[in-house]
Design a protein around this ligand. Structure first.
Ligand code: SF4
Length: 441
């Protein structure tokens, strides 16, 4: 706060928010809402913001999103809501992400909205994983009247929000606040419990859960297709980002992060994870950070804004470039050089580390310890449309990245919302059948 003015840290001030909200045309057919994967009721809450009714605004936002402070920061707004805003044709779009972030942060400080906890009469659901899909479905099921327990293998809840997205893009305190809100809905969170090791899916059913949701994401990095990838100087981006988070939380020593000040670091990939790894390497003091991408700038999956910010911070990009081999002394934890092929020409470059950001898939820990859950040829859990999200085993559901191609936080949230409805229908049907059968008996 300053000068009686609330300012979301690094974001907009109060007066600016109201002026920006009042620019909204309140379109009858709002394109912004069409561009939002969770169909956030954007003009409705912007209208409330424009009148200074922050409490009403956050209440409307939370009807469609359990994680507004996260979405306001990390959503791909330029491709979603803001990219679809009609004002793009005239001037510039409404800064929807900034507005959402402001009102969510304001709410967390002022405590505008107090969600009422509904009676838990519908049944019990175990949720495995506390990333965006797990948190969203837990919030939704709890509001629907289910008793929900989250099982999380890490020491802290948040999944990829905490361990995969760097602090500069999504502060950990914001994630912790959102997790607290989910807990305030009556959701139980059990940390340090790995399903597939500590308990199996069958154990969970034995504990009396009516349905189980697998939302463990896609945190298993794909192997780098290069020679020398097993050298200790080669990292996987998600593991590198996780180590940085663990160091920031005081759980591991700085040396275990790996990159030392002045190091020469190469990143392979062209998605947002590659940008995250590159920008984090800069923050860890690397002397030279280069992203080597096998295609052109126009084919990169990363948001253009992420690319521009990476360039501003000093990250170098090489297009049409493939890394062929990583070379380092055996036993050393750093490389000496890479063999790269740039525009068809092979050459050597000096490098201390290589970070692979070439995608990830789901881990097989749960499906390999459970009978009846089928996966496709790439390891993604197969699910049905009726009821939405159920796996090939009755009562076990899956959603988010574990059942699909890894996409964005908000896509995982949308999927989880639909699966919550599927679980609601399934549990109601099973309970109804149970009543009919007991009457017959
Ligand atoms: Fe407002 Fe833009 Fe949405 Fe129209 S499309 S309602 S101007 S935010």
């Amino acid at each position: 706060m300053n000068d009686n003015k609330f300012e979301s840290k690094g974001g907009m001030g109060l007066a600016e928010v109201i002026v920006e909200a009042q620019r909204c045309l309140q379109c009858k057919v709002p394109q912004c809402q069409k561009g939002c994967p969770v169909s956030n009721l954007i003009p409705e809450w912007i209208a409330q913001l424009g009148q200074g009714n922050f409490g009403n605004a956050i209440e409307i936002i939370r009807r469609r999103s359990n994680l507004p402070a996260v979405c306001g920061r990390v959503c791909a707004k330029e491709r979603q809501c803001e990219g679809h805003c009609i004002l793009n044709k005239k001037d510039r779009p409404i800064r929807i992400g900034e507005l959402e972030r402001f009102v969510a942060d304001f709410d967390s400080i002022a405590g505008l909205e107090h969600a009422s906890i509904p009676e838990k009469t519908k049944g019990r659901v175990a949720v495995i994983g506390s990333g965006p899909a797990g948190l969203t479905i837990s919030g939704n099921l709890s509001k629907m009247g289910f008793n929900v327990d989250i099982y999380e293998m890490e020491r802290e809840a948040g999944g990829v929000l905490l361990y995969g997205i760097p602090e500069y893009r999504l502060p950990k305190d914001v994630v912790r606040r959102e997790v607290k809100r989910i807990e305030a809905l009556g959701v139980g969170i059990h940390l340090g419990v790995t399903i597939g090791i500590d308990y199996t899916i069958d154990d969970l059913f034995g504990m009396g859960y009516d349905a189980i949701f697998i939302g463990t994401g896609a945190g298993q990095p794909r192997k780098l297709p290069i020679k020398g990838m097993d050298h200790a100087g080669v990292y996987q981006a998600l593991r590198f980002l996780r180590r940085v988070q663990l160091w920031q939380s005081g759980d591991i020593d700085r040396r275990e992060v790996g990159i030392e000040p002045g190091d020469k670091v190469y990143i392979i990939g062209g998605g947002n994870t590659a940008m995250d790894a590159a920008r984090t390497a800069i923050r860890m003091g690397a002397g030279e950070v280069t992203v080597a991408y096998r295609k052109t700038i126009n084919e990169m999956r990363a948001l253009h804004s992420e690319y521009e910010e990476a360039v501003e911070e000093g990250v170098r990009f090489m297009w049409n470039t493939e890394v062929k081999e990583a070379i380092g002394e055996p036993g050393s934890d750093r490389l000496s050089r890479l063999i790269i092929v740039e525009n068809g020409v092979e050459r050597e470059v000096e490098a201390d580390h290589l970070i692979g950001a070439v995608g990830s898939g789901p881990a097989a820990r749960i499906v390999s310890t459970t009978i009846g859950i089928e996966v496709d040829e790439r390891g993604y859990v197969k699910t049905t449309d009726e009821p939405y999200g159920m796996t090939t085993r009755a009562g076990v559901f899956a959603g988010g990245d574990v059942s699909d191609q890894p996409a964005t936080v908000v896509h995982a949230m949308r999927d989880a919302q639909l699966v919550a409805e599927g679980i609601g229908q399934y549990v109601a049907a099973v309970k109804l059948m149970g009543k009919i059968n007991s009457r017959k008996g």
